[in-house]
Design a protein around this ligand. Structure first.
Ligand SMILES: CSCCC(=O)C(=O)COP(=O)(O)O
Ligand code: MG
Length: 224
């Protein structure tokens, strides 16, 4: 069956892993505490903190407890939605202040453009919030965000869960095998494959091999 949509990961695939590790994550880590205090009356942040408390068994979190919890989740590499919502809002302030600009690989925008011109529908699926995704993609030198029809995040589920891909398939409205998932992470691709989607591992850094077809970058990806 031929591919009619691409669902791509962002960090490690569209742009470099080091942008999160070296720039975004430290920026959020240093500001979590003050951001929570300053945005206590902000509805979205209030809801995210309530959700964080629910995930911990129904606690109402004081600001210092919320900061400690979110820092712990970051350290553990966990990506619950409330953390990703709050990180996205902190990064928005950083982008707006000109503290950094999103970085995308040079082949990203031309490849997205070629796929789009060939009639392939383009979507993202990232652990980061929809806002964080758009900020990364639009603040780069190229406007890659404008290429995408939709942005999926952890509100549909975690990227290592088969159910998340089933929910995305429903929303896109194609059959699973017509959707190609691109990620650098084999566990994410395993979940996508279990839901019936086509997969390719993008190995921009590190070695190839593994359980899925591999491409070195977008430019060398051959679509059936
Ligand atoms: C796109 S904003 C920063 C990335 C991020 O927060 C993250 O959790 C990694 O996301 P991925 O695109 O690899 O799911
Ligand atoms: Mg990734």
């Amino acid at each position: 069956m031929s591919i009619h949509a691409i669902l791509t990961d962002i960090e490690g695939v569209v742009g470099p892993l080091r942008f999160l590790e070296e720039t975004l994550a430290p920026y959020a880590r240093e500001r979590l505490g003050s951001f929570i205090v300053a945005h206590a009356e902000d509805e979205e942040i209030e809801e995210a903190l309530e959700e964080a408390g629910r995930l911990m068994g129904g606690f109402s979190l004081r600001p210092a407890e919320a900061e400690a919890l979110l820092l712990r989740w970051m350290k553990q590499g966990r990506k619950p939605t409330p953390l990703k919502i709050i990180q996205g809002r902190i990064w928005q302030e950083g982008y707006q202040a000109g503290a950094f600009k999103g970085e995308i690989y040079p082949d990203t925008e031309p490849s997205l453009g070629a796929w789009k011109a060939a009639g392939i529908r383009l979507f993202t699926f990232s652990s980061s919030s929809e806002l964080a995704q758009k900020l990364w993609l639009t603040s780069a030198d190229a406007d890659a965000a404008g290429m995408f029809e939709g942005f999926f995040d952890t509100r549909v589920g975690q990227k290592v869960e088969e159910e998340a891909y089933k929910a995305i398939v429903q929303q896109i409205g194609l059959s699973p095998a017509e959707i190609l998932v691109l990620s650098e992470n084999e566990d994410e691709l395993d979940a996508a494959k279990a839901a019936g989607l086509a997969t390719t591992r993008i190995v921009r850094e590190g070695d190839g091999g593994g359980r899925h077809p591999v491409a070195a970058d977008f430019a060398s990806l051959a679509l059936a």
